[in-house]
Write a protein that binds this ligand. Structure first.
Ligand code: VGL
Ligand code: ZN
Length: 202
């Protein structure tokens, strides 16, 4: 068992990010068995859930004439447009059926405000609206996070960078993550995490 100051953060292991899903990450479902094993090791286990309303501003379909992966300018900066995914209450938004969600202590839903996306488990994409996760963890004396999940180069990356910035020691287990890899974003993500002193474990 890991010590009480450590938590496992499982990012967005949801049907829409797995094979057959609306925003499928190649091999997304392959990480589920390893994550289930990790859930047994940690005393504090947090899941995040991408949880968008159907009219969410990150969906290309809500911007006439725009296609997925085009970038638009939002008040908080550039935003990549995505296929509609993880719509609240749909099967695509549910956790992968094999993920052992009964072992989680806390679930953070994010991206539920129509006008702002939220990649990070800690802040929305304006980098200042908090999700409450930092308070939850610091109230429990947690200062070390191990992160796994989907996608390595988006929600795992932004969660890990924010956690490092907030002062947590952060480890990302790359074998228990899968990436989208848009225009080399996976290699950029690895470099950004290394630059932030995040430990990358195989
Ligand atoms: C994610 C793109 C859009 C992720 C979520 O979980 O990495 N990526 N929404
Ligand atoms: Zn999303």
């Amino acid at each position: 068992m890991r010590p009480a100051n450590e938590a496992l953060i499982v990012i967005d292991v949801q049907n829409d990010f797995c094979t057959g899903g609306a925003l499928a990450v190649p091999g997304g479902e392959q990480i589920v068995p390893q994550i289930n094993a990790l859930l047994d090791e940690f005393q504090t286990r947090v899941l995040t859930q991408d949880w968008h309303p159907a009219d969410h501003a990150s969906f290309a379909v809500n911007h006439p004439g725009k296609q997925p992966h085009e970038v638009i300018e939002m008040p908080y900066g550039p935003q990549i447009l995505w296929p509609a995914h993880c719509v609240q209450g749909t099967r695509g938004a549910e956790f992968h059926p094999d993920l052992d969600i009964a072992k989680a202590d806390h679930i953070v839903q994010k991206g539920f405000r129509p006008e702002i996306d939220s990649y990070s488990a800690f802040f929305e994409n304006d980098h200042e609206t908090p999700t409450g996760l930092d308070d939850y963890l610091s109230a429990r004396g947690i200062d070390h996070l191990t992160m796994v999940g989907l996608a390595t180069d988006f929600c795992v990356l932004y969660s890990a960078l924010d956690a490092a910035r907030l002062g947590y020691a952060v480890t990302v287990i790359e074998g228990a993550c899968r990436g989208i890899d848009l225009h080399g974003s996976l290699e950029d993500a690895r470099q950004a995490m290394l630059d932030a002193n995040i430990v990358l474990e195989p």
